[in-house]
Write a protein that binds this ligand. Structure first.
Ligand code: GCW
Length: 694
């Protein structure tokens, strides 16, 4: 260890005694500390950098626990981003091998203070599990955000686009120092260290020089916070932007084009992180258009940016009708290519095999590759979980995923055997004042960041932290109420939308119920394909014995349990099995009763979430209270549509009476099929009210 310079910064402020941080009325402050109340004297024992400057400033502004020493100590064992915090005898020391480690330690210390956990001695040591912790923004250059429910893109609003590339006159983070700072702080406070600035359905124009210059501005803003910029790229860019005749990866001119583009990018953004690619999926171009493989395509790009240390994240979400069972597709497409990818390629795999549904087993591609790095892609934005209208804390869903892959897919080995160990989350941010549309959906951004740092954390610990940081004004019982709301919320959505392993029962909007949907479009996009319901039974047979043999794609410890109907847990029953309506579930109820039970339970839970929230009136900020209250009303009304529509439709097939415990539907099946919910987003009852309140 060598200290290259010692710079001392001492800032003293008067502590404002008895002050409680309050949740800002518009929710814009996220979980961050504020307003200022520091009384720290900060001693930096290291060379000052833009990153240490931030650490010193944050501590000076917000730490009220006396002296803090920041020191850099390099050692071979510690990861660059790691840190240690020690507090005893009134002095607190943050030690890290790098300036960014110091900043992470700083934010952790401030969070501990916000949570009231700094009164005694502290001795903690933290090191991230994933080295690359990314947000993916599905933001388009025209300012729209695909599956974004919190306003428009925070990065882009390119004037004249798509016909021309004018100024990027977004009031987004580049042009708003306040917001750029907030975005960067929020991410750094969780350890998120990379961001993909644009949609995976990428415009080729992303690689025009003018746009790259805009990206470079973002990189400059984010760099001191340890956040690298990455871009999603369109495989046809050499044709559309470069004017070449082909984008064939084996073509010499194409290879030259990507190399030159890589050099141009690194000249503008020396620490550019790399490319994210969606190829040959849902109409996107890719190497298969030229008879090449995913490996050929990925290596083309990886080869171009390898000299600069960049990576390529090649998505495994290949949504094409090539196999009768879409759940099998990722593994089929990629397993045989293992060993053919350059070592700076990572295969980015959605947590589940279909598409970010409220509940899916893990994707069978996890654990299947021995020579290629894999990274999970989680979805923070709630495309299929009520979007910004419903409360669905996803920490519990992701905990379930990590538990499964740890147990059945050797997650640790497969992550660490690759040269890179990464994770991505599809962001839920937009231009809404509170960033996430639903004020409580901030908890999902927070939970993703915490799990990216440490996937062994449990969902309740994270919910508890987030609640303390965001609503410090709550007393103990109010705090427990909110934590319990978060913890129950995702299961409630599963129950009213698609219980016991049903999946993709949505109408077109990915919001409203549509189990009857049988339009003349691709079969594997339709709810009737996924529920396979008829007069006799329901469920998708993925068994080896009689179905699509998806179970054999898994490690036998998982696959065999799912294959055997007597051991398959109820939560995955209709995912793996087609059963008769009178089949007995593990719960002891028949499948018909079990379905009705869960739909009813989902509705009951939605009502209960409302009741719980209403008990917090007066305890939380009035605007936030009313905003969430109206959203919960909307959620309850939607849960009613989901429950009524689903039980009435399935009853129309099986002709069975409703169990006694089921509340009689208040809507008819016809009404459900024509409900406002199908008209599009935010047309649900309650929406007008929501607008009035806001
Ligand atoms: O689930 C689907 C979404 C698309 C998305 C696609 C993907 C970005 O409905 O909006 O496109 O997944 O992940 O590529």
């Amino acid at each position: 260890m060598k200290i290259t310079a010692v710079i001392t910064t001492i800032v003293c402020c008067l502590a404002v005694s008895g002050y409680v941080y309050a949740y800002a009325g518009d929710g814009s402050n996220l979980w961050l500390p504020g307003p200022e109340k520091g009384n720290a004297s900060v001693l930096l024992s290291a060379k000052s950098t833009p990153t240490t400057d931030i650490a010193v400033r944050e501590l000076s502004d917000y730490w009220n626990g006396g002296k803090v020493l920041l020191e850099i100590k390099k050692d071979k064992e510690s990861k660059r981003d790691s840190y240690r915090i020690n507090k005893s005898d009134g002095t607190t020391t943050i030690t890290a091998p790098s300036d960014i480690g110091l900043l992470y330690g700083t934010y952790r210390l401030l969070q501990m203070q916000q949570m009231g956990r700094t009164s005694g001695d502290i001795a903690i040591s933290e090191s991230p599990f994933h080295d690359i912790r990314l947000l993916n923004h599905w933001d388009n250059l025209d300012g729209n955000s695909e599956r974004g429910y919190a306003g428009r893109s925070i990065f882009w609003n390119v004037r004249g686009f798509p016909d021309a590339i004018g100024e990027n006159d977004m009031a987004g983070i580049a042009n708003s120092p306040l917001n750029s700072e907030k975005y960067a702080r929020a991410n750094a406070s969780l350890g998120i260290n990379g961001t993909v600035l644009n949609n995976v359905n990428a415009s080729p124009k992303m690689l025009c020089t003018e746009v790259l210059e805009m990206a470079a501005k973002y990189a400059d803003v984010l760099r001191p916070y340890g956040i690298r910029v990455y871009l999603a790229v369109n495989f046809s860019s050499p044709v559309v932007v470069g004017g070449l005749k082909t984008a064939d990866p084996m073509d010499k001119e194409v290879q030259k084009w990507w190399k030159a583009k890589a050099r141009e990018i690194y000249d503008l953004i020396p620490d550019f992180g790399g490319f994210l690619v969606k190829a040959n999926s849902e109409g996107q171009p890719g190497p298969m258009d030229y008879g090449r493989t995913h490996a050929d395509g990925a290596n083309l790009l990886a080869g171009a940016i390898r000299p600069y240390g960049g990576i390529v994240m090649w998505r495994a979400f290949i949504n094409n009708p090539t196999d009768p069972d879409r759940a099998k597709q990722a593994r089929i497409e990629f397993e045989h290519l293992d060993g053919q990818f350059l070592d700076n390629v990572i295969i980015q795999v959605k947590n589940g095999p279909i598409d970010f549904q409220p509940r899916e087993p893990f994707n069978a591609l996890f654990g299947a590759l021995n020579h290629t790095a894999e990274m999970p892609e989680l979805q923070i934005t709630q495309e299929y979980l009520g979007q910004a209208n419903h409360l669905a804390y996803l920490g519990t869903m992701w905990e379930e995923f990590f538990d499964e892959v740890r147990q059945y897919a050797d997650y640790t080995r497969h992550q660490l055997s690759g040269r890179y160990n990464a994770i991505a989350g599809v962001a839920n941010t937009g231009t809404d004042a509170d960033w996430t549309g639903h004020p409580l959906a901030q908890s999902n951004w927070y939970a993703y960041g915490r799990l990216a740092w440490n996937p062994n954390l449990d969902a309740e610990t994270i919910a508890d932290e987030w609640t303390s940081l965001t609503f410090p004004e709550l007393n103990e019982s109010q705090h427990s109420t909110l934590v319990s709301m978060l913890m129950r919320s995702r299961e409630a959505v599963v129950d009213y939308e698609m219980p016991i392993g049903l999946t993709h029962q949505f109408g077109d909007s990915h919001y409203a119920p549509g189990p009857w949907d049988n339009r003349p479009i691709r079969r594997d996009w339709l709810p009737v394909f996924y529920n396979q319901a008829d007069a006799d039974g329901i469920g998708f047979d993925r068994t080896k014995a009689t179905g699509t043999d998806n179970t054999s794609q898994y490690h036998p410890d998982f696959g065999n349990v799912m294959e055997d109907i007597s051991s398959c847990p109820d939560k995955y029953l209709l995912w793996f099995h087609h059963v008769s309506w009178s089949h007995r579930c593990q719960s002891g109820r028949t499948v018909w009763e079990e379905l009705c039970y869960h739909y009813q339970n989902g509705l009951n839970e939605a009502r209960d979430l409302q009741r719980q929230w209403n008990s917090l009136e007066g305890a939380v900020d009035t605007d936030i209270f009313h905003d969430v209250k109206i959203r919960l009303m909307t959620q309850t009304r939607d849960a009613q549509w989901w429950k009524d529509g689903s039980v009435l439709y399935f009853q129309s097939l099986n002709g069975m009476p409703f169990p006694d415990f089921l509340e009689p539907p208040v809507h008819t099946l016809e009404e459900c099929k024509n409900s406002n919910l199908n008209v599009g987003l935010y047309r649900s009852p309650g929406h007008e009210e929501l607008n009035r309140v806001r």
